[in-house]
Design a protein around this ligand. Structure first.
Ligand code: SAM
Length: 215
């Protein structure tokens, strides 16, 4: 998702108390508990878009901490607009960064769950490395996840999902949960939080795939 450049978005983000800023985020590596002021587990969503999923998740789980990550200021701004209506949430921060830099921002064993929702497909073969469930990204997640940590990935893009299944095998990760039709799986739908893309594509009749993986 790339929205039209919105004048002033960088300045609004820079002034927000709900964003951990680029100049200090690397200093938090290994010490994100000090940002939240507690030792509750930390989960992140990579490529959160307008942030509905992680904002709802944070609201439902006040005993857990969440970090929403988005590459583009124009998109993060939309998440921030929603975040600012919920000042009572003390367990949610946003980062504007490229997920390629995750191991510079989070320490070893610092993250409990990584959520990937409707990640960009990057259809050209030469861009495979940019896909968030690629082996290159799995290696980055490996550097920050707890030993028992999990990656949860949802998409309606069957090609991207099949690619992810191959990458999981190639990288030696374990497939714990896998469905090609999440919305018709009563058990897996318990507690499912719809993302903006999930709502859009499922309403068009596209089946939603989901996997949960671990090392
Ligand atoms: N997760 C949301 C949803 O399900 O509604 C948004 C999905 S949108 C297709 C993918 C988002 O991931 C875009 O906002 C894009 O900017 C972001 N993104 C893609 N690659 C990224 C990266 N390397 N680092 C951070 N964000 C990224």
């Amino acid at each position: 998702m790339r929205l039209r450049n919105i004048p002033g978005s960088r300045e609004t983000i820079a002034a927000s108390e709900f964003v951990v800023h680029e100049d200090v985020m690397r200093e938090k590596k290994g010490n994100w508990n000090t940002v939240f002021g507690n030792d509750n587990p930390i989960s992140i969503e990579v490529g959160m878009g307008k942030g509905r999923f992680i904002t709802e998740l944070a609201g439902q789980n006040p005993d857990k901490n969440y970090v929403g990550i988005e590459k583009y200021s124009s998109v993060l701004l939309r998440a921030l607009e929603k975040r600012e209506t919920l000042p009572e949430l003390t367990n949610l921060y946003f980062l504007r960064m490229d997920a390629e830099d995750l191991p510079e921002v989070f320490g070893k064993n610092e993250v409990s769950t990584i959520y990937l929702n409707f990640s960009d497909p990057w259809p050209k073969d030469r861009h495979a490395k940019r896909r968030l469930p690629s082996r290159e990204f799995l290696a980055r997640y490996d550097q920050i996840l707890k030993p028992e940590g999990k990656v949860e990935f949802k998409t309606d893009n069957r090609g991207l999902f099949d690619f992810a299944l191959e990458e999981v095998k190639e990288a030696g990760w374990k497939l714990e949960v896998c469905t090609f039709d999440l919305h018709h799986d009563e058990e897996l739908m318990k507690g499912n939080i719809m993302t903006e893309y999930e709502e859009r594509f499922s309403s068009q009749g596209n089946p939603i795939c989901k996997m949960i993986i671990s090392r």
